[in-house]
Design a protein around this ligand. Structure first.
Ligand SMILES: [Zn+2]
Length: 263
């Protein structure tokens, strides 16, 4: 089971080395901006790296929204990120599940997800697996609670869609971590990546505030149990840079044990 961290995008390989990470996730552009990613000067190095790479799409992307001035640029930016992620040999592109506005029909949001995959298919398809991530907040989110996730998965059933499970988002979003992996897999059939984070916010607070594994409102053993059950690669998106994340990675390695069975 590969364990790593979300790191600064300037020199991801140096960040991986500093943390003893076997996998890294980073942004390819400003996470709060709409600019398409530029080709990276370290492409050769990244393609040759033994560290597995994941790309996190910008937070501004919301392909579910009924606002076409957000939705249309969102799916374009997502497709551009999939191309850029493929160019560096990334294993997947993580994108938040998005949401519809207050009073909007959630069914349209789920169908907008279907349209996103249809649009990508018409453009030659996403060049890397797209992993939809569960989110912590909002009353109209597509992937906060599992009832919504089930409707989302029904909508995109004709396409190959991956899933990224964030433990902070699940807890703060109001889903119990105990037994969560089985409940998610009953819907998605898969978990491709775990974002292993503790939560500063309380259960069902809706707050997206990550904490180090030993802090926060989640029993860290529950995070370990989720990872074991998921049997998927792990990224910590926790504070504290090299020291904080390095300690979180070391904690998980210790608790999971080298070569311990995935489930
Ligand atoms: Zn996450």
């Amino acid at each position: 089971m590969r364990i790593g961290a979300h790191v600064d995008s300037t020199d991801p390989m140096a960040e991986a080395t500093a943390r003893g990470a076997e996998t890294v996730q980073f942004f390819l552009s400003d996470p709060q901006g709409w600019k398409a990613p530029k080709p990276r000067e370290d492409t050769k190095q990244l393609l040759a790296a033994e560290v597995d790479l994941y790309v996190h799409a910008p937070y501004v992307i919301n392909v579910a929204t009924l606002n076409n001035r957000i939705r249309i640029p969102s799916r374009k930016l997502l497709l551009g990120h999939a191309q850029a992620a493929a160019a560096i040999g990334a294993k997947g592109l993580i994108v938040h599940g998005g949401h519809v506005g207050a009073g909007d029909d959630p069914a349209v949001g789920f169908d907008n997800w279907r349209k996103t995959f249809a649009y990508a298919a018409d453009s030659g398809g996403f060049e890397v697996p797209v992993l939809i991530e569960n989110t912590a907040g909002g009353d109209n989110a597509c992937a906060r609670r599992l009832d919504a996730l089930a409707r989302l998965w029904d909508a995109v059933a004709d396409y190959e869609v991956g899933f990224c499970l964030d433990t902070c988002h699940a807890h703060a979003g109001g889903e119990e971590l105990l037994g969560l992996v089985d409940r998610v897999k009953a819907i998605t059939g898969r978990i491709d990546l775990v974002h292993a984070n503790n939560s500063k916010g309380a259960f069902n607070s809706g707050q997206d505030r990550h904490d180090n594994l030993g802090g926060g409102t989640i029993d860290p053993e529950l995070v370990v149990a989720v990872i074991r059950a998921a049997g998927a690669p792990v990224i910590v998106e926790t504070p504290g840079g090299v020291d904080g994340q390095g300690a979180d990675i070391a904690f998980l390695r210790d608790r999971l044990g080298a070569g311990s069975p995935a489930a």
